[in-house]
Design a protein around this ligand. Structure first.
Ligand code: MOS
Length: 753
């Protein structure tokens, strides 16, 4: 029985009275379903005005004129912010000291570098007045031709991809490996531009008090946002208080402060009153990041037994004309399949778009579509079942680095998901399965992987003499359930039942919890929480074991354990006392401690650390009309310790549905003449609804990892999207005999045969 991860699969020392591993529902769930959760845009401080962006309708050129007078003449319009009157900043918005400092459009001049770039901000007494004022600006432009496609500009090799990885890497001799191969395949795949489209648009309510700034805004990284704003305005970070208790999704787009959020702060500065600025849906297609399109060519060589002799993965990607984010798509081939020769390379073109950005599994999502499709093509070319082919090329060590894996239960993932799906009865040839209604049926699979990352975080813990505890860290919950998982880790770290624990997060005046990104938040902030709990318990144990009045006297710090609000002797658990008794005898109302977390450099050096998974997909294709439906998805994932199986499964479901979306639906369509995005709305930018994904299962495969961190936590937020789109594409091939090489898969491509 693999579907429920019970407590009996947790290590013994966490079994009894443990919160970790329990399938608790979200602590904030009730607030959310009853409308009690206050999101950034729900705030309404005294005297607040409404700011509305005016954005460019061209992709490239210059704003020649804005009818500021007409806008200001409209009843209720208070002010119009343009490059002429925008308050000064301490640094150039185009300055960039590090890869996480994205260049911002903050009305620094009249230039237009992409569609939907902010060109003015209208501030009014009401949202309606500001909206009407923005419409009255009637901008006139000098228009230059837009560069919109993967071949529209000179290509170049970027200095770094992703967070600065080398753009070109290799081991072994790929050309020799291809030449000596018994079988070779070469194929080129294209993936489109995608937009994060979080349910909650970027929003900010900003209020200045002299040089102090109070902000409500969604953020995946409060300390980083605080630092960025401090730099832009030349004020101390501690003068800035950011509250971000609830996010309606982020997916990477709220990782860094965006231009429009900073414009809200500037608008409040200009008018000397609190200001709210909320992006309209279409305004999110430009200034807040996107997933860049790619064109990827894979060349694979195999020997007579179906073993890879060479993997060559080249990706072309795009960035904006003024900044540097490059989707690291080809790097997906570093991790998954053993091969004596591997080469990955990237080139890029600069387009008149907003700067692309991290978007759920940046690099892995795009790269694994191409890699998993190519692996499927290679298996078929070798006359092998795709699962057998993957097992034949199973990587026992990380292929590119040669490092051992800190843990890797991918074989178990393959087996458990394949069994559950019924893969063994799949015919090798395509177009052989039909259902009772005559629909072509196909089964495909893909491998999922995502690195187990850790960043830096701090937490503060308090135990009180009434037996309750408090844990504080400035963590962010995008909706994934982080606060529930963190509270579980905190309860265990403090040896408390979870209902005796208060957990505070989502505010910049709490200890820095790092970023909710890179699937590293649970591991990073979780370890800080765990360590803060341990620090308080150690202090408490020092008190008790040195006190002759305590049953723990003389047990030594190592000789006690904390559980259910009591310290107990390890050698005799019937002897112990409550935290309250220890503190009261010591004359203390409370005791506090703090903890930090960061990745361990020695482990990073010694091991490759990744989560893994296997996804199997069934599709049905209308033989006459080429319409594709995903009817079944089964994924099995191994990602170290599971803190909360309900929430982890929910992350896998979400990731897998993103995979379906990638394969069949999502695409931002750009008009070649104007450079404008034609479907900048949720009616025409398609994402799956329930009817698009009838059955999704996620199996949690047990995995102990002694190296990633003391709790053995890997990340779960991004891995689900990585194997799924390839699995769907491979299932479409198996149903139809047509190999999808362009995403999303289009009806006309399937009918072309
Ligand atoms: Mo994610 S793209 O690391 O928010």
């Amino acid at each position: 029985m693999t579907l429920e991860l019970g407590l009996n699969q947790q290590p013994a020392h966490l079994r009894q009275g443990s919160s970790i591993g329990q399938p608790l529902t979200r602590r904030d769930g009730f607030l959310k379903v009853t409308g009690g959760a206050v999101y950034a845009a729900d705030n309404h401080p005294e005297g607040m005005l409404y700011a509305v962006l005016a954005v460019s309708s061209i992709a490239r050129g210059r704003v020649l004129s804005l009818d500021v007078e007409a806008a200001k003449a409209y009843a209720g319009v208070v002010e119009v912010m343009t490059p002429q009157n925008r308050p000064a900043l301490a640094i150039d918005p185009d300055a960039k000291d590090n890869p996480f400092m994205f260049r911002l459009d903050l009305l620094q001049n009249d230039g237009v570098r992409y569609p939907n770039q902010s060109i003015a901000v209208v501030i009014g007494e009401t949202l309606e007045a500001a909206t009407e004022g923005a419409a009255l600006l009637s901008p006139r432009y000098e228009v230059l031709p837009a560069r919109v496609g993967l071949d529209d500009a000179e290509s170049f090799v970027p200095r770094g991809v992703g967070v600065g990885n080398p753009p070109v890497q290799h081991k072994g001799d790929v050309e020799a490996g291809l030449q000596s191969a018994a079988t070779r395949i070469e194929a080129t795949y294209e993936t489109p531009a995608q937009y994060h489209n979080a349910m909650e648009p970027h929003a900010i309510v900003a209020a200045w008090d002299g040089d102090r700034l109070s902000i409500d805004t969604p953020s995946q990284g409060l300390a980083m946002a605080q630092g960025r704003i401090a730099g832009l305005f030349g004020i101390a970070p501690e003068n800035i208080h950011i509250r971000s208790p609830f996010l309606g999704g982020g997916f990477g787009s709220k990782g860094m402060m965006s231009g429009p959020q900073v414009l809200g702060i500037l608008a409040a500065r200009l008018v000397g009153r609190p200001v709210k600025l909320v992006l309209r849906r279409e305004q999110m297609y430009g200034p807040v990041g996107h997933r860049a399109p790619t064109r990827q060519t894979l060349r694979l060589g195999m020997d007579g037994e179906g073993r890879l002799t060479a993997v060559d993965h080249h990706a072309r990607t795009t960035s904006s004309t003024f900044d540097d984010f490059f989707e690291p798509a080809a790097d997906a081939s570093h991790t998954l399949y053993a091969s004596p020769a591997i080469a990955t390379s990237h080139d890029a073109v600069r387009l008149d778009t907003g700067t692309p950005l991290f978007m759920r599994a940046p690099g892995e999502a795009t790269g694994s579509i191409a890699l998993e499709s190519a692996i499927d093509e290679a298996a078929y070319a070798c006359g092998m079942d795709p699962l057998e082919f993957r097992l034949r090329n199973y990587a026992e060590v990380e292929p590119m680095s040669g490092k051992p894996f800190s843990s890797k239960a991918l074989r178990e993932c393959y087996q458990q998901a394949a069994d559950r799906f019924g893969w063994a009865s799949r015919p090798l040839q395509p177009r052989l399965m039909r259902d009772a209604d005559g629909f072509l049926t196909g089964w495909g699979m893909g491998t999922a992987t995502f690195p187990a990352l850790m960043f830096q975080a701090e937490a503060r813990a308090v135990l009180k003499s009434d037996g309750s505890g408090l844990m504080e860290t400035g963590a962010q919950d995008m909706g994934q359930g982080a606060w529930t998982a963190f509270a579980q880790i905190a309860a265990d770290g403090l040896g408390l039942d979870i209902d005796r624990l208060e957990f505070r997060a989502g505010s910049s005046d709490l200890p820095n919890a790092g970023i909710a990104g890179g699937s590293g938040h649970t591991a990073t902030a979780g370890m800080a929480i765990h360590n803060a709990g341990a620090a308080v318990i150690a202090k408490l144990a020092d008190l008790a074991t040195a006190d002759e009045a305590s049953p723990l006297f003389g047990a030594g710090n190592e000789g006690v354990l904390a559980r259910g609000g009591r310290l107990l002797r390890r050698d005799d658990e019937s002897r112990g006392e409550t935290y309250g008794d220890i503190l009261t005898r010591a004359g203390l109302k409370e005791i506090e401690g703090s903890g930090k977390a960061a990745s361990d450099p020695a482990s990073l050096e010694a091991y490759a650390m990744h989560a893994h998974g296997a996804v199997f997909a069934e599709v049905k294709v209308d033989p006459d009309f080429g319409q594709v439906r995903v009817t079944r998805l089964v994924g099995a994932f191994a990602a170290g310790r599971v803190i909360n199986p309900r929430l982890v499964r929910s992350q896998y479901y979400g990731g897998m549905i993103w995979g379906v979306s990638f394969a069949l639906q999502e695409e931002a369509v750009t008009d070649r003449r104007s450079g404008r995005i034609q479907n900048a709305n949720l009616a025409e930018y398609h994402v799956p609804v329930n009817a698009d994904v009838p059955s999704v299962e996620a199996i949690l495969v047990h995995e102990d990892d002694p190296h990633v961190n003391a709790l053995g936590i890997k990340g779960v937020g991004e891995i689900g999207v990585t194997g799924t789109a390839g699995a769907v594409a491979n299932a479409v091939w198996h149903a139809t005999g047509v190999r999808p090489r362009r995403f999303p898969i289009r009806i006309e491509d399937l009918l072309a045969r």
